[in-house]
Write a protein of this length. Structure first.
Length: 157
């Protein structure tokens, strides 16, 4: 049997029974605390990323907070939110390759501490180039690249 690899656009539009809210297990509680965790559908993360306007940024932690708030949960799942942001970035690049102009501005989504994400399309250099083009100043700290004063241009969704 031959399996066709799914495109990022296909992955973005699959819900797999998500979103859902689950109780945080005892094992997870050591890391995440007590309460509930919202596991979003991929498209929900993409919708938040789409709202970030030129010159602004958002962190994955702010996306997690928005997901938790939307679903009345204690936290947004750090694992799925990160994976779905990655899928959104690659889906946007697929759409761009198809000639679509209005794509999700994935480069405006940063790691929790304002750091650029090496796993996004084209790696750090591509994200750095796109952010600089929008007026952001990028600084290097060791091996990490960060948007300088990212908190000042960060959006709250």
């Amino acid at each position: 049997m031959i399996y066709k690899k799914k495109s990022a656009i296909e992955k973005l539009n699959e819900s797999h029974g998500l979103p859902k809210v689950e109780k945080i297990t005892a094992k997870m509680a050591k890391r995440w605390g007590k309460g509930t965790v919202a596991i979003p559908a991929p498209i929900e993360v993409n919708e938040i990323m789409k709202k970030v306007l030129k010159g602004k940024v958002i962190t994955i932690n702010e996306i997690r907070t928005a997901i938790a708030k939307k679903h009345k949960a204690t936290i947004g799942c750090p694992i799925t939110c990160g994976i779905f942001a990655w899928i959104s970035a690659y889906a946007a690049e697929e759409e761009k390759a198809q000639g679509k102009k209005d794509i999700t501005p994935w480069w405006r989504t940063l790691k929790g501490n304002g750091e650029l994400n090496e796993k996004y399309p084209g790696g750090i250099n591509n994200q750095k180039k796109l952010l600089k083009k929008e007026g952001h100043k990028i600084t290097q700290k060791g091996k990490k690249y960060l948007v300088e004063d990212y908190e000042k241009s960060s959006v709250k969704i």
